[in-house]
Design a protein around this ligand. Structure first.
Ligand SMILES: [Mn+2]
Length: 333
């Protein structure tokens, strides 16, 4: 499913065309990451350069570590957004619900454009640019900008590089291709700065984050002969370390990095239930399908779930059992 890069470029061209003389709201997903902010900034700047009045709207704030990338772009919190005449373009949102229910409701006419790379994206907009083989939404935008001749200045190039850098695990995942590296080389020529990005994104961690990491590592447990490794975060962990849920970013990479582990699970208990992240390295295990069984979705190797009404003490075993069963099924054991 999804679109080829050429189809995506056509879709983006239609979006830019439909926005001429209109105003745009570029929407990202809840708890935005580097690819979300990078693609919002890049698309917003490209639209502005194409004569469109554009700003970004998110349910949640821009993570402080990524604020430097929002140069020249207005970000509005969903709760503060009161305009009625902007057309919505969503980026990096696997499903329209990822925008956040309340914010989505402010666009009763629907979504004009959908730029994304998640395999589960159903194509919920009038114009869909969903390239499931792309490494990042920023990858889709960078390739489309190149083929459509959309203007990419230094700040736009930095934003596109940010999304590719973060969604490829610093250019280390299977999604990295020669074509992506060539495209990224073009971004570096336009002003993207790898050392600056590495410093901004990966070398500005707080002591609180380190303390949160200690707690998470202490919670790790192995299941099914070590093929599955799970760890947990509770609201009390954030309170005790002075961190927020933004600080859990990247923690799931620790269980994934252990020898013999096929699937890493991070479970976070919140007021309304248990959210989880799933990470793997074998595409045959189809973590997107596993996540779907747990009220979630995502990519083949990286997915998330949301078990409303669940609690760790009561439901952890049931969640882990579902993971074990799925992994056994998919690996034919
Ligand atoms: Mn992404």
């Amino acid at each position: 499913m999804g679109n080829s890069m050429q189809e995506a470029a056509e879709a983006l061209k239609s979006v830019v065309g439909a926005l001429q003389g209109r105003k745009a709201a570029v929407l990202g997903h809840m708890r935005p990451d580097g690819d979300c902010i990078g693609s919002q900034v890049a698309l917003c700047r490209m639209l502005q350069a194409s004569g469109v009045d554009a700003l970004c709207v998110n349910r949640d704030r821009v993570p402080p570590g990524l604020a430097a990338y929002a140069e020249g772009v207005i970000f509005v919190r969903g709760e503060d957004y009161a305009e009625k005449d902007r057309l919505a373009v969503a980026v990096d949102c696997a499903d329209a619900s990822r925008i956040g229910t309340e914010l989505l409701a402010r666009f009763p006419d629907g979504i004009l454009g959908n730029v994304d790379h998640h395999a589960s994206n159903p194509g919920y907009a009038r114009h869909n640019a969903v390239v499931t083989s792309a490494a990042a939404t920023c990858h889709v935008l960078a390739a489309c900008a190149q083929s459509l001749g959309l203007p990419v200045d230094a700040a736009t190039a930095k934003a596109l590089h940010l999304g590719i850098l973060t969604d490829t695990g610093r250019f280390s995942y299977a999604s990295v291709t020669p074509e992506l590296l060539e495209l990224t080389a073009g971004l570096l020529r336009k002003g993207a700065d790898p050392a600056e990005a590495n410093f901004r994104v990966f070398e500005q961690e707080s002591r609180g984050k380190l303390a949160l990491t200690q707690r998470f590592l202490a919670s790790l447990r192995f299941h099914d002969d070590g093929r599955i490794c799970s760890g947990e975060i509770r609201q009390a962990d954030y309170a005790a370390t002075g961190t927020t849920k933004e600080d859990k970013e990247g923690l799931v990479e620790f269980p994934r990095s252990v020898e013999g582990v096929d699937v890493a699970v991070l479970m976070e208990e919140g007021a309304d239930g248990v959210r989880g992240s799933l990470r793997g390295r074998d595409p045959r295990l189809r973590l997107d399908l596993l996540a779907a069984k747990l009220n979630g979705g995502g990519h083949v190797l990286a997915a998330g779930f949301n078990m409303l009404g669940c609690r760790l003490d009561r439901d952890r075993d049931r969640i882990i059992a579902a993971v074990v069963e799925h992994v056994r099924e998919r690996s034919g054991r």
